[in-house]
Design a protein around this ligand. Structure first.
Ligand SMILES: Cc1cc2nc3c(=O)[nH]c(=O)nc-3n(C[C@H](O)[C@H](O)[C@H](O)COP(=O)(O)OP(=O)(O)OC[C@H]3O[C@@H](n4cnc5c(N)ncnc54)[C@H](O)[C@@H]3O)c2cc1C
Ligand code: HEM
Length: 439
């Protein structure tokens, strides 16, 4: 078995004793104290839940097939809530479950995650009455796949954990329902094809949808019921409440193809609430460097609109694509530049030798041009571009705290979730989430 070292983590687990007895701020009683009777607190045992879950991880695919099979056989009415193809859902559900299990003794992280999940489930039509059936099927699955790790004590620990999960999600959904709808109906009021595979849509929600420049929403097309996909809002909040989206059609992609090729003004879409943390830094008067690749322009443009409208600090926008034709919003950006004295636009093309502007990859051009140490930096685009931009900025001495981007969705990661880690000779092994390990 390979050996690993543990990263210092916000969990605070750095040594053997700390692993065995969680560090301050990360204690099970804190979780339990927030909710539940003393009896439930006694039963909530993260260690037992983690150990039995380790038996399920290697057979996650089978376990999820069993879980949903069992859920739908016992409760056929629940099937209609889910999309026809369940593979994506199975993966995402298992990753979410793993995250819950791994943060059971970390109340802050667990609570934030469950509250967000609970709110998100409103748009799927999930209500409190669905939870008991769901949790029954989940408990039966864990029992089936825990093998020799199963015992009455383990059963009680899972029961308490799932009870905590259900109550946290239901409460967050109830609280959210007091001030926001489960989803918004939105009329498509504009649909411009900017290239063979890219459309700019403008939609008008049926009631106010609050958001901050830089955030994204989830969208469902009537062509693909129950398939939600995220799209960034490409404008700062407007008086008329309309939102603009930049959508690239992915070959074989369900929702993007529907939005680019089969949507016209007058159509209705469903929208979920705004999410995302890449928003304008309140109180900062630093100049901005904005780096946008492809449709990563959308949230960056919203941020620029907001800062430029407030007559704020200077903004440099590096906007890149492979070819000139890929700069699908160039005309509109030039208009914005003409009306915003604080904005300087730099266009960058990587794969078109005759192009008159900057040539190369965005991170390289940024490095060549750059004295960016004093800027707030906003980046959006393909994941590899964001990673390279991060590396260049670190080289240039820009503090990481000034770099703003949306974290990749952890529920999409395809790496194995955890591994056994030897933390002391000769015999002590613990299970540890892979993203907390340095090789
Ligand atoms: C926070 C966030 C914001 C986003 N904002 C935007 C936006 O502003 N504009 C925009 O166009 N998209 C955006 N996306 C991507 C969008 O959510 C969808 O993933 C994308 O439109 C594909 O959905 P689909 O239903 O067409 O494809 P699916 O049916 O989900 O996928 C079909 C196939 O295409 C592959 N695939 C999925 N996405 C891509 C991709 N980007 N490149 C290559 N292959 C892919 C899948 O792996 C699958 O094999 C954003 C995603 C996130 C997470
Ligand atoms: C342990 C508690 C639960 C966890 C960890 C969980 C996790 C998840 C996750 C991660 C997603 C995908 C969200 C996304 O793609 O953005 C999801 C979607 C969904 N969940 Fe849950 N869920 C839980 C409870 C429930 C319950 C009680 C129901 C009720 C039947 C339910 C029904 C759904 C539905 C219908 C979807 C949408 C599927 C889709 O459209 O693709 N979930 N869940």
């Amino acid at each position: 078995m390979r050996e690993f070292s543990l990263t210092p983590s916000r969990y605070g687990f750095r040594c053997l004793e700390a692993v065995v007895a969680p560090a301050p701020g990360c204690q099970t009683p804190d979780v339990a104290n927030r909710r539940g009777s003393p009896d439930e607190q006694a039963r909530l045992n993260p260690t037992l839940v983690k150990e039995s879950f380790a038996h399920i991880e290697p057979v996650a695919g089978k376990a999820m097939a069993y879980f949903y099979g069992r859920l739908f056989v016992a409760n056929p009415d629940l099937r209609a809530l889910f999309p026809l193809a369940m593979d994506r859902q199975r993966d995402r559900f298992f990753r979410a479950l793993a995250r819950i299990v791994w943060s059971l003794d970390c109340p802050e992280e667990l609570t934030a995650f469950l509250q967000q999940l609970g709110r998100d489930h409103r748009r799927f039509g999930v209500t409190a009455r669905h939870y008991p059936e769901f949790m029954d099927a989940l408990l039966a699955t864990v029992r089936e796949f825990s093998g020799p790790a199963w015992s009455d004590e383990v059963a009680a620990a899972w029961d308490a954990a799932l009870d905590l999960v259900a109550r946290s999600m239901i409460k967050a959904a109830d609280d959210d329902a007091k001030h926001a709808p489960s989803w918004w109906l939105a009329e498509v009021v504009g649909h411009q094809r900017r290239s063979a595979d890219l459309a700019v849509l403008t939609v008008r929600p049926d009631q106010p949808l609050g958001y901050l420049a830089g955030q994204y929403i989830s969208v469902q097309s009537a062509r693909w019921p129950r398939q939600w996909r995220n799209y960034s809002i490409a404008n700062a909040p407007r008086d008329d409440g309309t939102l603009t989206l930049h959508v690239r059609g992915i070959a074989g992609g369900l929702v993007s193809t529907a939005l680019v090729h089969h949507t016209v003004p007058g159509d209705t879409l469903l929208l979920g609430p705004a999410r995302g943390t890449m928003t304008v830094q309140p109180g900062s008067d630093r100049d901005l460097l904005c780096v946008a690749g492809g449709t990563g322009l959308a949230p960056i443009k919203a941020i620029i609109e907001q800062v430029a409208a407030a007559d704020g600090p200077a903004i440099t926008l590096l906007y890149g694509a492979r070819t000139e034709a890929g700069l699908y919003d160039l005309r509109e950006l030039r208009e914005l530049e003409a009306s915003s004295p604080s904005l300087a636009l730099v266009t960058v093309v990587s794969d078109e030798p005759g192009w008159g502007g900057e040539q190369g990859m965005l991170p390289d051009v940024m490095r060549e041009r750059g004295e960016w140490q004093d800027r707030e930096v906003y980046v959006c685009g393909p994941p590899e571009m964001v990673t390279q931009t991060q590396a260049v900025l670190a080289d240039l001495g820009v503090p990481a705290s000034r770099l703003h981007y949306d974290e990749p969705d952890p529920l999409n990661e395809l790496v194995p979730l955890s591994t056994r880690v030897r933390i002391s000779e000769p015999t002590c092994w613990v299970l540890w989430p892979r993203d907390r390990i340095v090789r």
